[in-house]
Design a protein around this ligand. Structure first.
Ligand code: AOS
Ligand code: ZN
Ligand code: ZN
Length: 387
């Protein structure tokens, strides 16, 4: 791709940030509160708007219900628009209620399944008010012990809740079904992998697609293979980007394994699926437990941009020629040449051309925003993770 096309593709790129990443979070052992964190959904949106203002590529923020529950979602949407951002995906929560000890939509108790499904339907009402396209579903459902419940019945219960929810979606709305290998269930999770999510999405219809959370796989899983497969099948709807060293670590994307992120983004570029018009939501799903939150989110956005720029720089003609010729070493070298390119000057230039500061993190530190929120906000809320 010639440089000007690379720049155009990078200019068009969109990354969605999650409301919960701006709030206090921690592990099961301790939450370390930070001064200045948001106390309300409005303040989370204001922080997301700041990230967009400095990066120019993060114009939407995902909400989580009930963590971002408000009385008037239309007013919240108008508030976001005034700050220059949109409300993105609506994330549901059927994992933080006493009732869900044995599962939500797969619970053996029909009354609890009803309550969980009603929450999913309520989230669609919220989407109607916010104009959100995507309903993001992640289920903590599963079992800890062999024999605890019937694995197959649980799939039937899941299918029926998903069907009811899917049928309630408007024509412009989509369902994103996220999978996760384990945690909090340790023996058998009801949506443990991309294959399970894919099979349910196929059964549901074309507006149901898979969400890949990069932290939700077994060590060594080839995530770019999953990306390529789902793109070919037209069933990749979204990413929850983050980094993992061990399990669902939710660290900054591109921190643990920037090469993996590059390989993922190469499959996106290979499928011409980067442009927002293709329909993939590139979201972050992270928790900044010990590092400053807004700069960490800016860094994450920049990490995705850098991996994308490198993926765009792959000489696809040369790669194809080497592949066709069976030239293993040359094909690998073409890919590595792009990966080993320092794209930071290119991205700095792009920002300057767009009227942005070439160094968004330095710009944040100079902006006075952190001092302002520390002075104005007392007693920030916890995102909901790690009590
Ligand atoms: C949980 O492990 C999943 O990654 C969820 O996507 C996510 O963290 C949650 O939906 C936030 O609400
Ligand atoms: Zn996730
Ligand atoms: Zn997760």
């Amino acid at each position: 791709m010639i440089a000007v096309d690379v720049k155009a593709a990078l200019r068009a790129q969109r990354i969605e940030t999650p409301s919960w990443a701006y709030a206090n979070s921690g592990t099961r052992f301790k939450v370390f509160p930070q001064p200045g964190v948001p106390r309300t959904p409005e303040e989370k949106i204001a922080d997301a708007a700041m990230v967009h203002k400095l990066t120019g590529v993060a114009p939407s923020v995902a909400l989580h219900i009930p963590w971002d529950k408000v009385d008037d979602y239309a007013a919240l949407t108008a508030y976001a628009r005034d700050l220059g951002v949109e409300i993105g995906a609506i994330n549901t929560n059927v994992f933080q209620d006493e009732d869900y000890k044995l599962g939500s939509v797969t619970n053996p108790d029909a009354g609890i399944r009803r309550k969980a499904t009603d929450h999913l339907l309520e989230a669609i009402d919220i989407m109607d008010a916010t104009g959100s396209r995507d309903l993001k579903l992640w289920f903590s459902d599963g079992i800890n012990y062999p024999g605890q419940d019937d694995i197959r019945d649980r799939q039937d219960r899941l299918a029926s809740a998903l069907r009811e929810t899917y049928d309630r979606l408007g024509l412009q709305q989509r369902m994103l079904l996220e999978y996760k290998l384990f945690e909090p269930a340790f023996y058998a999770t009801d949506v443990p992998d991309w294959g399970t999510s894919y099979a349910h999405c196929i059964e549901l219809g074309e507006r149901a697609t898979v969400c890949i959370d990069t932290g939700h796989h077994a060590p060594g899983t080839n995530i770019e293979f999953i990306v390529a497969f789902l793109l070919r099948a037209g069933k990749l709807g979204a990413f929850d980007f983050n980094s993992r060293f061990y399990a669902d670590d939710d660290l900054m994307v591109g921190a643990a394994d920037p090469f993996q992120l590059f390989r993922i983004m190469y499959e996106i570029v290979r499928a011409d699926a980067l442009d927002p018009s293709y329909g993939i939501a590139f979201m972050l799903d992270q928790c900044h437990n010990i590092e400053a939150k807004i700069p960490a989110i800016i860094r994450s956005v920049m990490n995705v941009q850098e991996a994308t720029a490198k993926a765009l720089l792959v000489d696809r003609n040369a790669l194809r020629a080497a592949q066709q010729a069976g030239n293993v070493l040359e094909a690998n070298a073409v890919l590595m040449d792009a990966y080993n390119t320092d794209v930071r000057p290119l991205l700095a230039e792009l920002r300057t051309e767009a009227g942005l500061d070439p160094d968004p993190i330095a710009a944040y530190h100079r902006s006075g925003y952190q001092e302002k929120i520390v002075a104005e906000r007392a007693g920030g809320t916890q995102a909901g993770w790690g009590a």
